[in-house]
Write a protein that binds this ligand. Structure first.
Ligand code: FE2
Ligand code: FE2
Length: 271
């Protein structure tokens, strides 16, 4: 997660203690008391923007303008593959465009955000976008951002350190709290590039109220409902890459949460 100073100050002012939780993501209260039920909110996701140069930020800026024009969007999650080859200049261009989002934004890394030529392969990403994993609570929902990368591999397993992190988060989460998981590599039961140990990860949420896994990586719109969980992937929002399913529409996705129900829609962006 990375917020601009203005966004951060706004959050502290508007959310009080909730703002504190955002700054100390692992320091949430031991007992997760959930007063009342989950409420309503809309958020957006953009994935696979694959910025290469200044020209390739055009479609991203257009998407940002469209999201900013919607009063109902509470925050935006960027679902990885912000860059082409994990280079600082690419990620910095992406960050400059995404900093135009007027509401908070959260980010997870993709396989194209890893710089295999650096000693710290995540250094460029974390300098600009902050923590690789995060949690955030909004309207009674828990949002978890998970780093699904295995270097630059396309087919991945969720790493043991990430499994540990998920377990720790679940230990301090009320079992009735609806959960939305944000990750780059997809968990959809029928998708190409499905996370290899997806079933193991899903098993960790047994007894909890997992409702949504939003992912990128597969450049194409897929919505699948299974065991009460909505799994999505979304078309890329990039002018440097094509969709993997042969479709031509580029864009972003909206999620409408109402109590613990999720509906979703794709929004096309014409660059
Ligand atoms: Fe991608
Ligand atoms: Fe990817």
């Amino acid at each position: 997660m990375r917020l601009s100073r203005r966004q951060f100050i706004g959050l502290i002012g508007a959310a009080g203690l909730a703002g504190c939780a955002r700054t100390g993501l692992d320091k949430v209260a031991k007992m997760d008391v959930m007063p009342g039920g989950p409420g309503r909110l809309t958020f957006a996701s953009i994935g696979d923007i694959h910025v290469l140069d200044a020209r390739s930020t055009g479609i991203v800026n257009r998407a940002v303008d469209m999201i900013n024009a919607r009063e109902d969007v509470r925050f935006t999650v960027i679902l990885g593959d912000l860059a082409t080859d994990g280079q600082y200049v690419e990620l910095n261009l992406a960050q400059t465009s995404l900093a135009r989002l007027e509401k908070p934004r959260f980010t997870v890394p993709g396989n194209h955000d890893v710089n295999m030529r650096a000693k710290n392969i995540y250094g460029n990403y974390t300098k600009l976008f902050g923590d690789l994993d995060w949690r955030d609570e909004e309207e009674g929902w828990l949002f978890m951002g998970i780093d699904s990368t295995n270097d630059t591999k396309s087919d991945v397993s969720i790493r043991p350190d990430q499994l540990d992190w998920i377990e720790k988060q679940l230990e301090k989460t009320n079992k009735s709290r609806p959960i939305a998981l944000m990750t780059h590599h997809p968990f959809n039961p029928q998708t190409k590039y499905r996370v290899i140990n997806a079933d193991e990860v899903l098993g960790m949420f047994a007894g909890h109220n997992l409702k949504l896994i939003a992912a990128g990586h597969f450049h194409g719109n897929q919505e699948e409902q299974s065991d009460g969980i909505l799994f999505t992937t979304t078309a890329c929002c990039s002018s440097t890459r094509d969709n993997h399913d042969g479709t031509t529409a580029k864009g972003f996705r909206l999620y409408h949460l109402d109590k613990d129900k999720v509906t979703t829609e794709f929004v096309e962006v014409v660059a």
